[in-house]
Design a binder for this molecule. Structure first.
Ligand code: DCT
Ligand code: MG
Length: 504
């Protein structure tokens, strides 16, 4: 793997023999540079080498272990990868592969400048800190790519996300998946796509997705995306599915009835709302405004206090987007379990009654504004399932909690436009037994695309079935146990990715 572009590594210095007539004392910097002759040509390479050495840079004639910066000019990623592989360069840890612009800027500055994403033009090298498949190209699986929250290609991924949603609304699964995968690949890159050739060798980009990129590169936006954003059906389905408890089918039905706004929905006396939809409409404004990390922490404290009252050893772990480092989310996801297998049974009911009791004691509208408990249908014989999107079988609860603003330090004494000193927050609680904890944690940490690709990778590449309950090896017919997420990655032969690197 290559080094992250923003932190150019300082390698352990090794004694390097310079074939030039530059003595060690002339060298002013610890960076060790190698210029790739391919495409650059020997004359230009000699010229740049001499120029650099005169300025006190250490420039190697051959590619050796001391090299910290490989500089190339005019090579496509594939060509460069092949060139490196032909030279048996395998361990690229702590080596920055940079564009000639890094070298010329450094010459101008008279000192090695720090490596920025602009120096890693993908024509020279693809994102090396994002995972590489065995062929040296970006893997088609998100679980082999590092995807942090830093997205250098937002202009493209926003467009893809709109199109993916549009196809989801039209129940065109194939196109939806194509755009979700393409978006996910671009999110993993540490450089910005600047021209069409930057797409060479990237996985999951087909003619459709490439055409959108080309349009954005040329005109700054995509007509198709503009059309979708203006499309009445798209806008209405998006609005209706943003109500807690409303899925695609219901949204479609309302749209076909001619409904277009929340007010129209609320006013339509012929509609029968589920309990969940009623709560969704009642607390719509609060729920649609995202939950901040501070609010999530405050909710976590409430849930923890309620759990610990019954089991001081209970573990309450925040998962979902917040575990991946997101600052805002649409809900707060928690996994609750107990160190002893089986002791988790009944805990959720006690926690819910504790939250209700708090309400009675306070004599006010309850802290538990809404909840729906899904009983456990956990049966070892039924797992693992081949359904990638299947809900797991653990006992869980979809709730709306009332969070007093005074519990969130930055919001103390704040009131909203309705004079309310609290905010309704969507909370999911999942209660797996301890022997499934690692699988449940991995499954609920997301992102959705990461989970999809992890399961697909397990199935296609490893002949294993993974879900939120366990991992099954189809070749040996055995379940593989895991205490930690690291164990699961190891069973799958994958490099461990921190949750912050799973924002695929
Ligand atoms: N999950 C999944 N498949 C689904 C639904 C959820 O794999 N069909 C997993 C992935 C994320 C996790 O559960 C929590 O789901 P969400 O809360 O919907 O996602 P999130 O990443 O936490 O996003 P947000 O920050 O918006 O809550
Ligand atoms: Mg979430």
């Amino acid at each position: 793997m290559f080094a992250k572009p923003h932190a150019p590594p300082v390698k352990k210095r090794q004694k390097v023999t310079n074939s030039s007539n530059v003595s060690e004392s002339d060298i002013k910097f610890q960076e060790v540079i190698f210029l790739v002759e391919r495409k650059m040509g020997s004359t230009r390479r000699n010229f740049l080498t001499n120029l650099g050495r005169r300025k006190g840079f250490r420039i190697e004639d051959s590619l050796n272990n001391a090299v910290t910066h490989i500089v190339a000019e005019g090579n496509s990623p594939d060509e460069l990868w092949k060139w490196l592989q032909d030279r048996n360069v395998k361990d690229m840890t702590d080596v920055a592969v940079v564009d000639i612009s890094w070298f010329t800027e450094s010459m101008r500055a008279g000192t090695p400048v720090s490596v920025e994403s602009r120096h890693q033009d993908s024509r020279i090298i693809k994102d090396c800190s994002a995972g590489l498949g065995s062929s040296g190209t970006i893997s088609q699986y998100a679980c082999q790519r590092k995807t942090t929250l830093k997205n250098c290609n937002k202009i493209f991924t926003d467009a893809f996300d709109v199109l993916a949603e549009h196809f989801e609304f039209n129940e065109n699964k194939g196109h939806c998946l194509a755009f979700m995968r393409a978006s996910s690949v671009l999110k993993s890159l540490s450089y910005t796509i600047r021209n069409y050739r930057d797409l060479e060798g990237l996985a999951c980009l087909g003619p459709q997705t490439k055409a959108v990129i080309q349009e954005i590169l040329e005109y700054g936006n995509s007509l198709k995306v503009q059309d979708v954003l203006m499309d009445e059906r798209y806008k209405t389905i998006k609005l209706f599915t943003s109500i807690f408890g409303v899925g695609l089918k219901t949204a479609e039905k309302w749209y076909r009835k001619g409904l277009r706004s929340l007010d129209e929905v609320k006013a339509d006396t012929s509609l029968r709302f589920t309990k969940m939809q009623k709560a969704g409409l009642l607390y719509y404004d609060d729920i649609i405004s995202s939950v901040s990390w501070e609010e999530a922490k405050a909710v976590g404290q409430i849930v923890k206090d309620a759990c610990r009252r019954f089991d001081p050893d209970a573990a309450v772990v925040i998962t979902g987007g917040f575990r991946r480092g997101k600052e805002f989310g649409h809900d707060v996801d928690f996994i609750i379990t107990t160190p002893e297998n089986g002791k988790e049974v009944g805990l959720l009911q006690k926690v819910l009654s504790e939250l209700t009791y708090q309400w009675k004691k306070a004599g006010r509208l309850g802290i538990l504004l809404y909840y729906d408990v899904i009983d456990s249908t956990f049966d070892n014989a039924q797992i693992p399932s081949k359904m990638f999107e299947a809900m797991d079988h653990f006992e869980k609860c979809f709730a709306i909690l009332k969070l007093k603003k005074e519990l969130v330090s930055s919001k103390q004494s704040e009131k909203d436009i309705n004079g309310k000193d609290w905010k309704a927050i969507r909370v999911d609680l999942v209660i797996p037994p301890m022997n499934c904890y690692a699988f449940a944690l991995l499954g609920w940490s997301g992102s959705r695309q990461f989970e999809r690709d992890l399961r697909r990778y397990a199935n296609v590449e490893k002949k294993m079935l993974l879900d939120n309950h366990g991992l099954y090896d189809k070749t040996t017919g055995k379940f593989l146990s895991a205490k930690t997420e690291e164990d699961i990655f190891a069973h799958l032969g994958l490099e461990y990715l921190d949750p912050s690197e799973r924002n695929a």
